[in-house]
Design a protein around this ligand. Structure first.
Ligand code: ADP
Length: 627
């Protein structure tokens, strides 16, 4: 029979798994049991949507057995099974993103972290086994198949005999070496411990044949060994338990078991709601951003159970997009089991639960912000962007939920602050909440436009994330104070006395109109600046679209560049020596004045980080004045 090679990526990952992960080998059993439990869940779900199939709970179980002499460990389930195509597709390939993310997190020494994250659970069998045989009969099929592999060199699939539906996985446990002991996986009590430790909340019985001693009345030996089939796991779902019975480790363990993340959750919420709608939930806020979180591939959603049994793996309707990072389960008796997936989405109860959950998450985050700032900042680093997207995407309608959860970098504190912190220390006469946008804090700090605001002693929010300004625009104001970009419009600063006389004003008007004609099509207007102090020029904008926003929108894939154009104003500092030069060149040599105008305009573009349309012309201009 021909051996099929694993896909190249799978092969590498498999080798890494076998050779470089030394801790937590025992989790292979958790992975195989979880797969078995998933396979039974699938049967359950199938029964929900089919009229001919009845789910008798007694028929569904997982059985673990071993044969120390043959060095085999067997895991049997009565789940949905796999046909030959599924065996090849599911056990021959690892999702592409898996290896990419593996690289990113390879610093983690902790084996089970890595496995949990990528859904490569099955392969963990090779950490303890020389060869793995999977015998499976898919539900509704007449033919069973045997999948066999001794590791990285590939696998074979052939038809075989099997009476019942489901899957049987047989591991041939490795021989122990001086460095590694594999004997534990052939010992009854060790296996029991591992099952208890990792798979206690599996909803189906995990059975084992256990040797027990029975008093041997009247015989020479006092006890005799008998074999009894026992259910090892307690099966009580963790969310049904009392909070007081559970430790942080229990919650973390559940998080890992469920593959919610490879990190430790930052915080969790355990909800027993019995108001207008009754439900139990355990929700987690992860610490780290999942590698695909900000991509289209990421699917938000909570696991939905009805009376302890899973009915939907990722119920997206339970959480809003802006809290899409929240993981967890919701169990409610109020949901009707007979309704189909589509109908469930319109379920009124579900909507009430979702609303309730939204408030709970908001409150949890607010509490974290108030009482554990460090933790909150960690959270914000991972998911703050999502909250800001939320403000923007919902057109500010979720303002009440989100505005107090936002953090922005403060020009004064040199760290992230809340809008409330900003407002609370604002001088009474200050009219606006000022902000400045740019690529980096260092760059914003040097922005000419910030000079006068800094002089007035006002704090500014420095925005470096491309979504920031869009979010503030969607909020419009906070506690009745409008947001104001330092690069746009009248800053409402304390007036600086204007000593320009009428004659000078007329001269200015004439000069600026000349400059404006020179720059026609490039800027909308040229004006004397009220925000510059030491710099000669800057660009500002008028209207809804700022220069930073123009940059962001134009950088988007397939953007129609001309559609997004901020209405730009060139501001000139009339107190700067350069202005005098401009003035005298206007009087004596108009060509020179045009040349200076062009240079000043290009400088302003550079300061803004905007591209120069014709760098050659710019370079020639500089040469001209150097001559
Ligand atoms: P994951 O379980 O995270 O998807 P695995 O590598 O553990 O990744 O398993 C790959 C796939 O193989 C599963 O998604 C499932 O479709 C299938 N599979 C594994 N074990 C079983 C089983 N005991 N019964 C049915 N299907 C299984």
């Amino acid at each position: 029979m021909e051996k099929v090679q694993f896909q190249a990526e799978s092969k590498r990952l498999l080798e890494m798994m076998i050779h470089s992960i030394y801790t937590h080998r025992e989790i292979f059993l958790r992975e195989l049991i979880s797969n078995a439990s998933d396979a039974i869940d699938k049967m359950y779900y199938k029964a929900l949507t089919s009229n001919d199939l009845v789910f008798n709970k007694e028929d569904y179980f997982i059985k673990v057995s071993m044969d120390a002499d043959a060095r085999t460990l067997t895991i049997v389930d009565t789940g949905i099974g796999m046909n030959s195509e599924e065996l090849a597709a599911n056990l021959g390939v690892i999702a592409k993103s898996g290896s990419l993310a593996f690289k990113k997190n390879n610093e983690s020494k902790d084996g089970h972290d890595i496995i949990g994250q990528f859904g490569v659970g099955f392969y963990s069998a090779f950490m303890v086994a020389d060869s793995v045989t999977v015998i499976s009969k898919s539900h509704g099929s007449d033919q069973a198949y045997r999948w066999e592999s001794t590791g990285a060199d590939g696998y074979t699939i052939e038809p075989c005999e099997k009476d019942t539906f489901g899957t049987e996985i047989i591991l041939t446990i490795k021989e122990s070496t001086e460095e590694e002991n594999y004997e534990d996986y052939l010992k009854q009590y060790k296996l029991q411990n591992i099952i208890k430790k990792y798979s206690d909340f599996i909803r189906y019985p995990i059975k084992m044949d256990v040797t027990e001693q029975k008093p041997n009345e009247g015989a020479e030996t006092e006890f005799e060994d008998i074999i009894v089939e026992k259910t090892i796991n307690s099966m009580v779902p963790i969310w049904r338990k009392n909070k007081s019975e559970l430790t942080k480790e229990d919650y973390n363990q559940f998080y890992q078991e469920k593959h919610f993340g490879w990190d430790e959750p930052l915080t969790h919420m355990h909800i027993h709601a019995d108001g207008s709608v009754v439900y139990d939930a355990i929700l987690y806020i992860p610490e780290k951003t999942p590698y695909d979180f900000y991509s289209k591939e990421y699917e938000k959603g909570l696991e939905l159970y009805s009376s302890g049994v899973m009915i939907m793996e990722k119920c997206a309707d339970l959480i809003p997009d802006f809290f899409g990072f929240v993981k967890g389960i919701v169990d409610s008796e109020n949901l009707s089991l007979n309704i189909s997936r589509e109908m469930l989405q319109h379920d009124r109860q579900l909507k009430v639960i979702a609303k309730n959950i939204k408030t709970k998450i908001k409150n949890q985050l607010s509490t974290l912000l108030k009482n554990e700032r460090d933790k909150y900042e960690k959270f914000y680093e991972s998911f703050g962007r999502q909250l800001k997207f939320g403000v923007y995407n919902e057109f500010g309608t979720e303002k009440e939920v989100l505005q107090d959860l936002l953090l922005f970098y403060s020009s004064k504190d040199k760290k992230q602050i809340t809008l409330d912190e900003y407002i609370s220390r604002m001088p009474e006469e200050q009219k606006f909440i000022y902000y400045a946008s740019g690529d980096s804090i260092a760059r914003i700090e040097k922005m000419p436009q910030t000079e006068r605001v800094t002089d007035a002693g006002y704090e500014m929010l420095f925005l470096t994330d491309d979504i920031d300004e869009f979010a503030l625009k969607a909020l419009r104001n906070y506690k009745e104070k409008d947001f104001k970009s330092v690069s746009s419009g009248d800053l409402g600063l304390p007036e600086i006395e204007d000593t320009t006389d009428e004659k000078e004003k007329d001269e200015q008007t004439e000069l600026f109109s000349f400059l404006k004609t020179n720059l026609s099509g490039k800027v909308k207007d040229v004006r004397a600046s009220k925000r510059l102090k030491s710099h000669p020029v800057c660009l500002t904008s008028e209207g809804e679209l700022s220069i930073e926003m123009e940059k962001v929108l134009r950088a988007m894939p397939n953007a129609e560049k001309d559609m997004y154009e901020a209405s730009k104003i060139l501001e000139i500092n009339v107190n700067h020596p350069v202005y005098e030069t401009l003035k005298s060149s206007y009087a004596s040599d108009k060509d020179k004045c045009s040349l200076y105008t062009s240079l000043l305009y290009h400088q302003a573009l550079l300061i803004e980080g905007l591209p120069i349309a014709d760098p050659i012309e710019f370079s020639n201009d500089i040469c001209k004045i150097m001559k």
